[in-house]
Design a protein around this ligand. Structure first.
Ligand code: SF4
Ligand code: SF4
Length: 176
């Protein structure tokens, strides 16, 4: 009886030895994620009108949004995702009327300290006055998009640094 069990175990070991390995050298090697994966949020600040519908749609009060009135428009100054409470349900993304909110494939949001968990997507100062018509020329130079809308360009001029934050770069909050 003892010998039979040993042989069975060795057979399994032998089979597993030849099966393809699924382990990867993480974090140097990143695992593939599905196309519609729900990872860290990303916001396109140029599209956002600071309406707060994403905040209202969230069942867990994950999103903190601050805005300031500049001229006749609301200017998004702070947008924080408290990922420790997030269900990654996607209700906020669905609620956005401007399609400004998206999920990224970034799943590594771990932090050593609890206080560093919230992901700062936007943190910027509001301009003193609305900046209206500087952008079209600048954008025409880039030549990529065919969007002659002056509205979307209002927010873009002021915080060049903020757009990096919005793109998901929160240097001190990145997982290690
Ligand atoms: S994914 Fe769900 S829980 Fe997370 S911020 Fe959006 S609405 Fe809230
Ligand atoms: S719902 Fe969309 S447009 Fe409104 S505040 Fe949220 S991200 Fe901005």
């Amino acid at each position: 009886m003892f010998g039979k069990g040993l042989v069975k175990g060795l057979v399994i070991t032998w089979k597993e030895f030849w099966t393809p390995k699924v382990t990867i050298q993480y974090p140097e090697e990143q695992p593939p994620v599905p196309e519609r994966f729900h990872g860290r949020l990303s916001i396109e600040v140029d599209k956002c009108i600071a309406c707060g519908m994403c905040v209202n749609a969230c069942p867990n009060k994950v999103i903190e949004l601050k805005k300031q009135k500049v001229g006749k428009k609301q200017f998004l100054t702070d947008y924080v995702q408290n990922v420790q409470y997030c269900l990654f349900c996607g209700l906020c993304v669905e609620a956005c009327p401007k399609d400004a909110l998206h999920f990224t494939a970034i799943f590594n949001m771990n932090q050593y300290f609890y206080d560093n968990l919230p992901v700062v997507l936007v943190q910027r100062e509001a301009p003193a006055e609305p900046v209206e018509k500087e952008e079209p020329a600048a954008k025409a130079g880039s030549g990529d998009k065919v969007k002659p809308k002056p509205k979307a360009k209002v927010d873009k001029s002021v915080p060049a640094a903020a757009s990096e934050v919005a793109a998901g770069k929160a240097p001190d909050k990145e997982g290690q």
